[in-house]
Design a protein. Sequence first.
Length: 345
Amino acid sequence: MKLLITGGAGFIGSAVVRLAVKQGHQVVNLDALTYAACLDNVSSVADSPLYSFEHANICDREALTRIFGTHRPDLVMHLAAESHVDRSIDGPGAFIDTNITGTYTLLEAARSYWHAEGRLDTFRFHHISTDEVFGSLGATGQFTETTPYDPRSPYSASKAASDHLVRAWGETYGLPVVLTNCSNNYGPYHFPEKLVPVVILKALAGEPIPVYGKGDNVRDWLYVEDHADALLTVAAKGEVGRSYNIGGENEVTNLDLVKMICAILDDRRPTGAPHAELITFVPDRPGHDMRYAIDPSRIRDELSWKPSVTVRQGLALTVDWYLMNEPWWRALQNREGVGQRLGQG
């Protein structure tokens, strides 16, 4: 297949790009190169004849029309998004522009291309979303593909809107769409404003490790390379018009996750041990959802996919990657917002 991957210089998108090229697919990476993007994320495949890059914004219809016409993709994998909840609290406008208007613009460009190509049966528009659109769970239960939407932050509301747009373009115009909603990702190349890299880098620097509230918020953690594998599985075998929830089957409180990372660093960098002494509780995020949990039955039963690592295994791989790739994360330390507390309302 020839894949047009939006946001392919970001965290999850770059994992999909790397794996897709490894699997022998032609890949067109479309990215606006905003603050969280980094072309070093795809440097391992940049010289491949299967890879090409387009610097463009998904809100730019003229650029999208040119890219579709030039590359004629078989599949769109739409990962480009503003994704940091804390930033959405401080500046929701960027999330409306990219996640809603950008998705609309991309859908229209894809629909025009699909019509021009004769409504190809083989074409797919794969929209990648988040479990945060479902809102917050209590102590029990899991999100399924039929869970009602109940977004609580500007970020999750904008992603919920984009999901609705994709479904509407499928129902109204017949555009062959498929959707996925994932749990919290972590792993190599994670931009250093999210929880896992923040903990690693604060611990390495001997600085206080911030934990929101009591640290009792629960998330289902999904290793990013497992997620990339799941996305390409859905792209190849998913049923048109269907949605698939992708989870890591690893529910952990934020505090326990931080302690796991500290324990791994105690082993890898014992001179700073015990790193857990650096844990510092800070005021909670406004509207902080208590618990997310994914029921992965559909993707497991229909597409025979399941995660390959536990959260402890994945965190060890992640810590080792950051320890071996200091030049990568050092180069990002001066980007806007990195190292600052955002989203306090």
